[in-house]
Design a protein around this ligand. Sequence first.
Ligand code: CTP
Ligand code: MG
Length: 173
Amino acid sequence: MLNGLDVVVFINFFIKYYIPPMIANAMPVLISKGRPIDFGKKFIDGKRLLGDGKTWEGLVTGLLGGSLASIVVSTYLRQSSFIPISVLASFMALIGDILESFIKRRLGIKRGEPLPILDQLDFAIAATLTYAILGYMKEVALDYIIMALLIILIMHLTTNVIAYLMKLKDRPW
Ligand code: CTP
Ligand code: MG
């Protein structure tokens, strides 16, 4: 699928488009407790709107981390005009994760219980859609996007299993 030269192009693509949203998504994990975004409120189905796993503190740290990563990455790639797009994609990544929790609660899945694939890719899908809507994915081969999502999926699963084995997490997902 990828030849030698394309690997370099792919790595640049991955760093530019996916590292900032990945950092934005990883930062909130450092928040162990915070104020729930849904203020503890329930939806019309009697279940929590989002649940205790989505906090204001998490959203803010994610946005700060994603913004910093956007500045560093785009500057490093000498594409500083891309910083605002990257910051927006990082923000939308966090919104995507919040939306995923909303969907999980509607499906009756409790906070922290798994919804495979969507749990790992919620933020990356949201970031990809943001780039696509803004017209930044037009020249990108679909192969690249699929490959990026696959790498993110595998990275997520392996880091979680490692964190579980190191007893940093009480569940392997
Ligand atoms: N987190 C947060 N605020 C956010 C997003 C995440 O505080 N906006 C923190 C929470 O401590 C959360 C952790 O990051 O538990 C991991 O996020 P995620 O795996 O998405 O949450 P879950 O606990 O699995 O909850 P859910 O079932 O709602 O996805
Ligand atoms: Mg999630």
